[in-house]
Design a protein around this ligand. Sequence first.
Ligand SMILES: Nc1nc2c(ncn2[C@@H]2O[C@H](COP(=O)(O)OP(=O)(O)OP(=O)(O)O)[C@@H](O)[C@H]2O)c(=O)[nH]1
Ligand SMILES: [Mg+2]
Length: 363
Amino acid sequence: MEVGVVGLPNVGKSTLFNALTSAGALAANYPFATIEPNVGVVSVPDERLAILNAHMPTEKIIPAALKVVDIAGLVKGASTGEGLGNKFLSHIREVDAIVHVVRCFESGDILHVDGSVDPQRDIDTIDTELMLADLETLEKSVDKHRRLAKSGDKAALELVAVMDRLIDELKRGVPIRRLSGLKPEEHALIRTMGVITAKRVLYVANVDENDLHGGSPHVEKVRQRAAAENGAVVCVCARLEAELAEMAPEDRAEMLSAMGLKEPALAAVAREAYRILGLQSYFTAGPKEIRAWTIPVGATAPQAAGVIHTDFEKGFIRAEIYSVDDLVRYKTESAIRAAGKLRAEGKTYVFQEGDVAHFLFSS
Ligand SMILES: Nc1nc2c(ncn2[C@@H]2O[C@H](COP(=O)(O)OP(=O)(O)OP(=O)(O)O)[C@@H](O)[C@H]2O)c(=O)[nH]1
Ligand SMILES: [Mg+2]
């Protein structure tokens, strides 16, 4: 899974990037500190991997991976070249979800490019620039497809119809993610267009260190926005979390609980990103490796097998399934089998969160 971090300059995007990846990228108190994008890949924290390993020790544990791309800040007018312009958006056209960092902390020391803390205005500024970038992308390619459509190409005709609707809505100021009534095949087409406002948004409210749970009216504004578009909000004090990310793991846990936090920002960001993207995890487990796999909620057994290898999907025969909870209860796979809890599931089985699977397939 990949996420792209956007927001105004100097709101804490790179500080959040460091909190998530421990990468030590430049974060500095002036706008446009980031020019070239920062890219990091981190393991998605999942305590079930350690539980599986405790019951059947393995050689290698492979968590799911999350790629984070942190780009230059956007300002009003970026689409016409203000600030660093919007050319860095090309680095996030392929990501699965957008992480939009919104400044919610008050601080006289940290410059806000528009002079005050105002999440509603700031979100509008970024949304507008992203919509203008999408308009540019669509208007650039629609003419080419229109020509093909005129010559009778049916696929091009369908594509143009969808593009025209998107262009219309963007001109009215509606981000593509807010459109309703799109058919699954239209969603599939939109995914090929590289349009940014079609992606789900996880808002990170960068909160004050004495408002870690986001009780301020600023955060409330962000919550309202997210609720209106099936998005999500995670409250993070990016500066504190970046300091945490540099600590030794033992000290980190102690510091977290001293601050009254249940988990580090990475855990919350990854969980919410999975949720808004409709993703879940399943596991494969054996003496060589225990591994987490990411699949869409609702994936059938062959589809789940297909994320390991397309041959697994094609040659799928059946899956043997149990849950992490079964393992905690019965301690070993053979005890699970003896208790009749190791189920043989066929092609129509829909995977559940936390399933542990062995696949049988023909090659
Ligand atoms: N008080 C406070 N300051 C923060 C917080 N997060 C970031 N900052 C400070 O804000 C300044 C800008 O942070 P960056 O992470 O560089 O911001 P950015 O959004 O990446 O900025 P650009 O790359 O310039 O677009 C730095 O001085 C940070 O230390 C926070 O949670 N609280
Ligand atoms: Mg930065």
